[in-house]
Design a protein around this ligand. Structure first.
Ligand code: ADP
Ligand code: ADP
Length: 225
């Protein structure tokens, strides 16, 4: 089953910068896909368009082989953008982590269970009652990732999830992503760090300015790149 089917995507920022043009990409359930390319290649823009956060100037994005738009699939798809403050606007970290599942009308006990588990896994337990704006850069990144994970989505789109994150937490995030993938979650992860790619993705979409330069199995694309 195709979880995301995008075709003919084009997006230019209001100042005229063309970020992506002529992009076609289909992502199947259970895939682990890395969006790779240098700074400015269009990774963030593509990730936000695929996640339904940015409307393309032209082209279409279809989810779960249905005709519904991004809002209709919001509970099955989570996006963590590069700016953690997009997600962190509640008074405390734990309220941010509870926000997403709170929108799904889950029982309070289930929301608490998810928040406890993810806070523990991402080393946020001691930061739960802090206001998010008082966190360090790496802590904010982990809190933003945590608030995407408590939704327990079928599809997770993450923009540079380990940038700014220390080595121990990086390893914890990579392990958690492997577990989610093994449990069937589809992962789309953008990263400028090529050494991370083989650990988080089986398939690489290489961006080169405004379009796709290569799309294939990680070992093929990464040896050619
Ligand atoms: P990447 O994530 O690969 O670094 P981006 O998608 O952020 O690339 O950027 C793609 C292109 O769009 C770049 O040329 C970048 O300078 C430009 N860009 C990104 N955000 C904006 C913005 N808000 N306004 C204008 N141009 C932007
Ligand atoms: P919707 O669910 O229709 O997208 P909401 O008003 O529920 O709209 O949420 C506004 C936006 O903030 C959504 O895109 C939601 O995914 C995003 N969001 C993600 N994480 C959080 C969070 N921790 N706190 C608040 N908003 C969040």
């Amino acid at each position: 089953m195709n979880v995301i089917e995008a075709s003919g995507l084009r997006y230019a920022y209001p100042d005229g910068t063309l970020a992506i043009d002529g992009v076609d990409v289909t992502i199947e359930a259970g895939e682990r896909v890395a969006l790779v390319g240098p700074n400015g290649a269009g990774k963030s823009t593509l990730l936000q368009v695929l996640g339904g956060l940015v409307e393309p100037d032209s082209g279409t994005v279809r989810y779960f082989e249905e005709t519904e738009d991004a809002d209709a699939v919001r509970d099955r798809l989570s996006v963590a953008t590069q700016d953690p403050s997009d997600y962190l606007f509640n008074p405390t970290v734990e309220e941010d982590l509870a926000y997403g599942p709170g929108q799904l009308s889950l029982p309070r006990s289930e929301i608490d269970r998810r928040v406890d588990r993810i806070a523990e896994r991402l080393d946020l337990a001691d930061l739960r009652s802090k206001p998010p704006f008082r966190l360090s850069g790496g802590e904010k990144r982990r809190a933003a990732l945590a608030s995407a994970l408590t939704v327990e989505p079928d599809v997770l789109l993450l923009d540079e999830p380990v940038s700014n994150v220390d080595a121990a937490n990086r390893a914890a995030i990579v392990e958690l992503l492997s577990e989610l993938s093994a449990a069937g979650t589809t992962l789309v992860i953008s990263t400028p760090e090529t050494e991370l790619v083989p650990r988080v993705a089986d398939r690489v979409v290489l961006l080169d300015g405004d379009g796709i330069a290569a799309d294939g199995p990680t070992r093929e694309v990464m040896t050619d790149a």
